[in-house]
Design a protein around this ligand. Structure first.
Ligand code: GLC
Ligand code: CA
Length: 557
């Protein structure tokens, strides 16, 4: 298959599907098992498309990695980029997923993991085999320092040095994550060419775009200089997957200025195919640095994740400060992608409690930007500790490491066997089931208007129907709440005649908010008040969020 049409001009971002879409992150091994072996797979995902499209109403699915892999990092350790790990299916099953998704108007976003491979990838096997192998320079190999110690002080995300000694050739290789995930050398043109071919392989098969793993890490300091130590600790919470990682300022091992030219090259490959999107995982950073990932003149990433928001302390004042800085930094014509949870982070309900998790849903689905939901968050699924003998995440098995398995337990579909996730015996499931799956599951929640799922459904329907919400401007309102106590975050979204005000009570106390005008509640965390008129001075109950349809601005008092 070849692209039917080559796009020569850069598309106007204003007209693209991904600006108006709601994205859904499915974590494949935990989503739905199609063949009864206890592990979620592409077949299970294909059989869930009607749920995603019609019950929930999302537009695009980011699948999670399904490439050949020893699965030490849930598939982010790839041993063949151009084949499907048999546990997840086959290329034919992937093709069927694309066909069924496209028939329903759903887009499929594939993971692109360019920073590192598995140590079982044939490229790495070759590279490590001798100093003179053709692929030696495909990875980052260095001699020890004079005293035999590793080439520099960089620490890996899983703890300890990024350097692993390799007896075969008497050199160290670099791994920013697990020892079994050697970093590719993106300064080598053959590596770039091979990784660009990987993009074309999935684009030719019909993938609608990529979520680029650790996009900020591709380019490192060419001299591999030591990172400065962070005397008072490294205050980037995204770096704290392992305590070691916070002991230094990661200025030379990531976010090198050359990263942007590399991402623009990736974008160039993707842009040869019409209507595809690039989404980048980049760590939390200043909004000014984040804005650089859109590239100059939009030649970078379409949608760089705005992860600072995910780390923001859950108060109206903190959110307001971060959101106003985000929108101020957004380059003209650019559009953010927003997430309040993902497969690496504590789930919303665990972080904020069930009531504020609903407020968070209203926030995510009414902000200006493409929202990305994590599977299970639409049910209010919580983290659940996983006994060590059932853990899958090798990050957690590293000494002092943090397991991300608690976030990744199976999706509960109904109150049947294994809550509909799989027909395998419980102890063969990829991860243990949620303890509350008997009530927190899709079928049970569909029947309850006060459920998380019912709220997500109403929010997504409203967003789709409202140009103000899916494409409009945003104006943050002055800090709200009774007596200026800062309990409320409020903003107005507008697109021509469609105007919506959103007010979120971030506390457990009742409060009031002043909106620009009276209006009608369209969606609320309290379903009972939907459809009711509300004055411009509006009372908000504890943990209550409202979206209010307002008249046009010239009719405001
Ligand atoms: C990204 C992924 C994470 C993975 C890491 C290494 O941060 O989100 O799950 O472990 O990259 O690929
Ligand atoms: Ca399976």
């Amino acid at each position: 298959m070849q692209p039917t049409e080559m796009s020569t001009e850069r598309r106007s971002p204003a007209s693209s599907w991904w600006r108006e879409a709601v994205l859904y992150e499915c974590h494949l091994p935990s989503f739905r098992d199609g063949n009864g072996d206890g592990i979620g797979d592409l077949e299970g995902l294909t059989s869930s498309l009607d749920y995603l499209k019609h019950t929930l109403g999302v537009d695009a699915i980011w699948c999670g990695p399904f490439f050949r892999s020893p699965l030490l990092d849930q598939g982010f350790d790839v041993s063949d980029y151009c084949d499907v790990e048999p546990v997840f299916g086959s290329l034919a099953i992937f093709d069927r997923l694309i066909k069924h998704a496209h028939e329903r108007g759903l887009k499929i976003i594939v993971d692109y993991i360019p920073n590192h491979t598995s140590n079982e990838h044939p490229w790495f096997r070759e590279s490590r085999s001798s100093l003179t192998n053709d692929k030696r320079d495909w990875y980052v190999w260095r001699d020890p320092r004079a005293d035999g110690s590793p080439p520099n002080n960089w620490t890996s995300e899983t703890g300890g040095s990024v350097w692993e000694w390799d007896e075969t050739t008497g050199q160290y290789y670099l791994h920013s994550h697990l020892v079994q995930q050697p970093d590719l050398n993106w300064r080598n043109p053959q590596v770039r060419a091979a990784l660009f071919d990987v993009l074309r392989f999935w684009l030719d098969r019909g993938a609608d775009g990529f979520r680029i793993d650790v996009a900020h890490m591709l380019m490192k300091d060419p001299e591999l200089r030591d990172n400065p130590l962070a005397e008072g600790g490294n205050d980037n919470p995204f770096d704290l997957q392992h305590p070691d990682f916070g002991t230094q300022l990661h200025v030379h091992d990531r976010r090198h200025p050359d990263t942007h030219a590399t991402l623009a090259e990736i974008r160039g490959v993707v842009d040869a195919y019409p209507d595809r999107v690039t989404i980048a995982e980049i760590e939390a950073m200043s909004w000014q640095d984040w804005a650089l990932y859109f590239g100059s003149d939009h030649d970078g990433i379409h949608l760089p994740f705005a992860f600072r928001l995910l780390e923001t302390v859950w108060t109206a004042a903190d959110l307001r400060r971060e959101l106003s800085a985000l929108y101020a930094a957004l380059p003209p014509g650019a559009w953010p992608v927003l997430a309040l949870g993902n497969h690496d982070r504590t789930r919303l309900v665990t972080r904020l409690g069930p009531e504020q998790a609903k407020v968070a849903a209203v926030l995510l689905l009414t902000l200006q930007g493409t929202p990305c939901l994590l599977y299970g968050d639409e049910l209010g699924l919580a983290d659940q500790s996983v006994p060590r003998e059932r853990q899958r995440d090798y990050f957690g098995l590293a000494e002092g490491g943090v397991s991300r398995d608690p976030t990744r337990t199976p999706m509960p579909w109904n109150d049947g066997v294994n809550f509909g996730f799989s027909t395998a015996p419980e102890d063969e499931l990829w991860l243990p089931l949620s303890r509350v799956g008997a009530t927190v599951n899709v079928v049970a929640q569909q029947q309850r208007p006060t459920s998380h799922l019912a709220l997500y459904q109403r929010l997504i329907r409203m967003r789709v129907a409202s140009p103000a919400l899916h494409q409009g401007t945003i104006d943050l309102l002055d800090p709200g709440g009774s007596d200026g106590d800062g309990s409320v975050l409020a903003y107005v979204r507008r697109c021509e005649r469609d105007v919506k005000a959103v007010a979120l009570n971030l506390t457990g106390e009742p409060t009031t908010v002043v909106l620009p005008s009276a209006g009608t509640v369209v969606v609320s965390t309290s379903a009972a008040i939907e459809g009711q008129r509300t004055g411009s001075h509006t009372r908000l109950e504890p943990h209550q969020a409202i979206v209010v349809d307002l008249p046009q601005k010239d009719e405001w008092p």
